[in-house]
Design a protein around this ligand. Structure first.
Ligand code: ADP
Length: 479
């Protein structure tokens, strides 16, 4: 007799007792504290173990024979029932493919909402078709994760500010117009300055990660011309490549001067895209000792792909699958001496995915790596539509009417460098007033004359307005 043809009477598992033909498997299923529910091909419940009863609040004998939708009620964070492709059980029954998620909640019989991790496996043999659903109450785990993430977020936020002030003071100390120090002291201060920048970046990465993990990262998408944008990023990173005697080549694929270059537009948040590309190109430079880093854009009707290819140390196949994990760093003779946090690629992947993109790589140890970052392509018509809406919104919003019209038209063609000063133009609904974020990030006054280096300019400015004390130092030094 097939498993699904057991009646409620004969299915002692379903009624919570010891059971059927196979004592050992019943004993195992009865003893598992996770919920285990067996469904037939129509989604009706054929077996319920005691663990499932404890989690759902449904007695086994009451649940037996009901459709899973009444017992394993999966909802999203807004209590909306997970349907069709959003419901892993429905998907497995439909596609016969295993599904897993920890992003849904289960509504118990008494309408209590709990976080669950659900794994659904297809059951398919000559006699039976259906699915086995295994679920676990992970409410406590989610609470712990949330507390941990809140702690990291608050701690990084609080520590970023003093570190930025330290960095600002050290920067002033290194400025010959503001302070005089001997060469030995300069060497020490340079090291301290470098490390305070590193610490500031680390806090910023941690802050970004907690925001991305909790889906709190704000997105301000606008159309971006991928080729111009990449060209700008590559220009900014040229000094870094030069420091290592590497060629950073902006190589535009197969397009010769005789061929008209297509325009590749994507819809993305400029700051996030900048962070993604900077991270990947910066890594390519960091992990390459000789040769070159080639960056380019290609695509097709529906996709735009940034390609970053280096002739560096490469990555072993066993490391590739871990590369996008938090804090993962390859530990071998080629990489040990290179500084880093292991957070960059995790951020890159998360950020790209938050903008409907994806990231992958090809690599060969000792030969080099190629990273691909792909986004959906938007058409020129969509870009025009966005720009026209932008104009309409500007007319409606008098705060933005002061912007000259020509600048608006040209905005999608600018490089990121120029774009970074015109964010308020691009974001039609954003008021140009200083919100809490902007307030935090007002730069410390550093030096009146010296040009910031490329490295300095790529690092976020200290998030604190100049204090009286700092102004005094600057004034005294100038006097
Ligand atoms: P890190 O701060 O350590 O650079 P990432 O998350 O950016 O952290 O990268 C994770 C690891 O992946 C690095 O420690 C390095 O070993 C490896 N890696 C990243 N990019 C490259 C590259 N272009 N070539 C070789 N190894 C790389």
């Amino acid at each position: 007799m097939g498993l699904f043809s057991r009646s409620n009477k004969s299915s002692k598992l379903a009624s919570g007792h010891h059971t059927s033909g196979n004592d050992t498997s019943d004993l195992i299923i009865n003893s598992i504290s996770d919920g285990v529910v067996l469904l037939d091909s129509t989604g009706n419940i054929r077996v319920v173990n005691p663990g499932a009863s404890t989690i759902t609040g449904w007695r086994s004998k009451d649940a037996f024979g009901l459709n899973y939708l009444s017992v394993v009620k999966l909802v999203d964070d807004k209590d909306v029932e997970a349907k069709d492709s959003a419901n892993p059980i429905a998907e497995t029954l439909k596609t016969c493919q295993p599904k897993n998620t920890d992003a849904l909640f289960l509504l118990t019989k008494s309408n209590r909402r709990i976080n669950v991790d659900v794994s659904v496996s297809p059951v398919s043999n000559n006699e039976n078709r259906g699915a086995i659903v295994v679920f676990r109450d992970i409410t406590l785990r989610k609470q712990n994760e949330e507390e941990k993430s809140n702690f990291i977020s608050t701690a990084s936020h609080e520590m970023r500010t003093p570190v930025a002030i330290i960095e600002g003071y050290l920067g002033m100390l290194l400025n010959s117009q503001l302070a005089t120090i001997d060469d030995r002291a300069k060497n020490y201060v340079e090291k301290a300055h470098e490390n305070s920048q590193h610490l500031g970046n680390l806090f910023q990465d941690l802050l970004d990660i907690t925001q991305l993990d909790d889906n709190r990262m704000e997105q301000h998408p606008s159309p971006i011309n991928a080729i111009d944008f990449l060209r700008g990023v590559a220009e900014d990173l040229q000094p870094k490549a030069k420091e290592k005697n590497l060629q950073l080549v902006f190589a535009m694929g197969n397009y010769s001067s005789a061929v008209v270059m297509p325009t590749y537009h994507i819809m993305a948040d400029k700051d996030h895209l900048l962070e993604i590309l900077e991270n990947v190109i910066d890594n390519a430079i960091k992990y390459t000792d000789n040769g070159s880093v080639d960056v380019s854009v290609d695509g097709d009707v529906s996709k735009v792909r940034f390609v970053v290819k280096d002739s560096g140390v490469g990555i072993a196949p066993e490391d590739v699958s871990h590369l996008f994990q938090k804090f993962y760093r390859v530990n071998n003779d080629d990489t040990r001496e290179v500084g880093g946090t292991g957070l960059g690629l995790y951020l890159v992947k998360k950020m790209a995915e938050s903008m409907d993109g994806r990231v992958w790589l090809e690599s060969e140890p000792k030969k080099g790596s190629t990273f691909y970052i792909e986004f959906p392509r938007i058409s020129d018509a969509q870009v025009n539509l966005y720009n026209n809406q932008d104009k309409v919104l500007k007319v409606q919003n008098p705060l933005q009417q002061v912007e000259p019209e020509e600048e608006t038209e040209a905005q999608t063609e600018k490089t990121p460098e120029t774009d970074s000063v015109s964010d308020s133009e691009v974001e039609p609904t954003e008021e140009p007033t200083a919100g809490p974020e902007t307030e935090q990030e007002a730069p410390v006054e550093q030096e009146p004359a010296e040009e910031p280096s490329a490295e300095q300019s790529s690092v976020e400015q200290p998030p604190q307005a100049p204090t009286e004390e700092q102004n005094d130092i600057a004034n005294q030094a100038q006097a």
